[in-house]
Design a protein around this ligand. Sequence first.
Ligand code: SF4
Length: 186
Amino acid sequence: FAEISLKDIDQVANSSFPLCMRHLFEKLREDHHLKYGGRMQLGLFLKGVGLTLDDALVFWKSEFSKKVGAERFDKEYAYSIRHSYGKEGKRVDYTPYSCQKVISSTPGVGDHHGCPYRHFSEDNLRAALSKMGVSSRAMTDVMDKVQNKHYQIACTLTFEAIHGSSCDAGINHPNQYFSESQKILQ
Ligand code: SF4
């Protein structure tokens, strides 16, 4: 699929981002800031869905400037974005995180990265899922998988509930969730 463009990013986030990335995206829009773990998890995901480096810099700057100012963004944050695109330092082209990596992360206080199926409280997860459009019947199945620690299956059931379409492969990567969603919606 084509590169995701900045003007569509909110709409695409709403329709095709898995909950882990939707949460980070919403928090960034709300707080104009994300801590390191969140910047890495969301930043590499966005790179994986085809956001160009130039657009990524515009996107992050537009939010962070509202909090820390444009100058501090350029000084303290732009480097690490270029770095994650392999344009600084050792020029490693970092790859987006898999579900396994996101699920096994350990977000601390004030962090918004991680997998909501594993890291949210039950109340917060229920609220987030209903905001995504998961019906109460589907919710029961999702929460049952969460209680049994089958987080990726819970995410797959969420995908199926909101797309009204099966996902036989199962969800194992946030970027795969995105591409499966785009296949259905486009
Ligand atoms: Fe994200 Fe994977 Fe968790 Fe789904 S299962 S919310 S894609 S980390």
